[in-house]
Design a protein around this ligand. Structure first.
Ligand code: MN
Length: 189
């Protein structure tokens, strides 16, 4: 795992870090959206895919850190793979979040709104502190790039309760999940 030092340089931390590094590591694990203890539990190492912890995801989710720009930048980006049926818990981002779908078919929902189907090429902006969830369709994986910000006064993400099966299953009729854009190109599936 690469953690930013106070001067903004990034250093790799093999195994358990020195105690002096923990505040910076905490920032880095926030960038990953996993939290420090989850980062330890997932055996986060430099360049290693992180398994999304069950405290914040339902189903199998894998996170690759793409960018964690050194201060004063607050930008971070992660590529997130959701296996079929997997989704985040309800959560909010104090400084908003943009996701860009790169593969598969996904779902997202803002609190009080309908479930929306998201597909490759779709961009979704979740406004600051807007409660929402995002994930894969029940029978399709979904991959998105997540672009986040965080600073000393704003966590990257604030986690809430799981999305229940009942909530997840409330997909609007006619949303055509499972109809791949290219299905007609690859024969009968
Ligand atoms: Mn989000």
């Amino acid at each position: 795992m690469r953690v930013p030092l106070a001067d903004g340089t990034l250093v790799a931390t093999p195994g358990m870090p020195d105690v002096d590094l923990i505040p910076s590591l905490l920032d880095a694990s926030d960038v990953l959206g996993t939290g420090w203890f989850a980062a330890v539990a997932a055996e986060v190492e430099p360049g290693k895919t992180v398994k999304g912890p069950a405290d914040w995801f339902t189903g199998d989710v894998y996170i690759d850190a793409v960018a964690a720009a050194p201060a004063p930048s607050r930008m971070s980006a992660n590529l997130v793979h959701f296996m079929p049926g997997a989704r985040t818990h309800w959560h909010r981002h104090p400084l908003s979040q943009t996701v860009f779908v790169t593969e598969g078919v996904g779902l997202c929902q803002r609190r009080g709104g309908p479930i929306e189907v998201i597909r490759p090429g779709d961009r979704v902006l979740f406004e600051a502190d807007e409660e929402h969830w995002h994930g894969a369709a029940s029978d399709r994986l979904m991959v998105h790039l997540a672009i986040n910000e965080g600073d000393a006064d704003h966590d990257v993400v604030h986690w809430l309760e799981p999305v229940t099966d009942e909530e997840y299953g409330a997909v609007p009729a006619g949303s055509c999940i499972g109809t791949a854009h290219t299905a007609h190109l690859v024969g009968e599936l």
